[in-house]
Design a protein around this ligand. Structure first.
Ligand code: G3P
Ligand code: MG
Length: 240
């Protein structure tokens, strides 16, 4: 399975609604996207701690009101044709997933560990208020605290732990987090680790993998989902 990373960030400004649409148009059934809180405690869709890289503004997301965030241009930095795109709220993102028929791997991007519980609470509240189908949802995070909070606050929803630079002891992790999936940096993966994860009954996802030539190897190792910046390129390769 191919999932679009921050939508389809190879061809559209990451984490905007137009990026989600591009992923859907490419044939992706899943997207991965990042959410964090703004000053009004409303979950918005952006990766970095600050708005600098992906908008025409500056300053931290957490200290901006939604009104301030909505005034930013989140498209022009990528290309003038995307001028006027805005940072979506989580609510808007959920509506876009419904409109485009996308399943959602929602990464709870924790920039302030001490707020993980609050962030999970506001995220879950928003999803429930919207009424998004929980069967089309995976909540994921690099933050152990956040994943644990997901288990406490909404145990029915599937959880994924994102791992970048350490090798997990799967059984021990699972005891505490009751994971559905493990989302590994693909550089960390080898055949032995892939086997350990899949033998433990965990769904294995990798990120961010943009090389069509490697699809077969990872698929033979039991990887179920490849999170990629360019879903069109990888989907085309799987159809050859
Ligand atoms: O969810 C996988 C991947 O998105 C994690 O890394 O930095 O792109 O959010 P990052
Ligand atoms: Mg992410």
């Amino acid at each position: 399975m191919i999932a679009g990373h921050r939508g389809a960030r190879a061809v559209a400004p990451e984490n905007t609604l137009v990026s989600m649409k591009a992923a859907a148009n490419a044939g992706a059934k899943w997207i991965e996207t990042d959410t964090q809180l703004c000053a009004d405690l409303i979950p918005v869709i952006i990766h970095d701690k600050t708005v600098r890289r992906c908008t025409n503004g500056s300053g931290s997301v957490r200290h901006k009101t939604l009104d301030e965030i909505k005034q930013l241009d989140a498209g022009s930095w990528f290309s003038p044709e995307f001028a006027g795109e805005t940072i979506p709220t989580l609510h808007e993102l959920l509506a876009a997933c419904d409109e485009y028929g996308l399943n959602l791997n929602l990464e709870i991007k924790v920039h302030y560990e001490e707020e993980a519980a609050l962030q999970v609470q506001k995220t879950i509240e928003t999803i429930k208020d919207y009424g998004f189908d929980p069967d089309r949802l995976i909540l994921s995070s690099f933050s152990y605290n956040a994943v644990q909070q997901c288990l406490e606050q909404w145990p029915e929803v599937r959880r994924g732990l994102i791992i970048e630079d350490w090798v997990p002891d799967i059984d021990r992790l699972d005891e505490n987090l009751k994971l559905y999936s493990i989302h590994l940096d693909h550089h960390l993966l080898n055949e032995k680790l892939a086997k350990e994860i899949t033998d433990a009954g965990k769904v294995l996802q990798i990120w961010t993998m943009n090389d069509p030539k490697k699809i077969e190897k990872f698929s033979n190792w039991g990887v179920s989902t490849i999170i990629t910046d360019d879903p069109a390129l990888l989907i085309a390769a799987t159809h050859k």
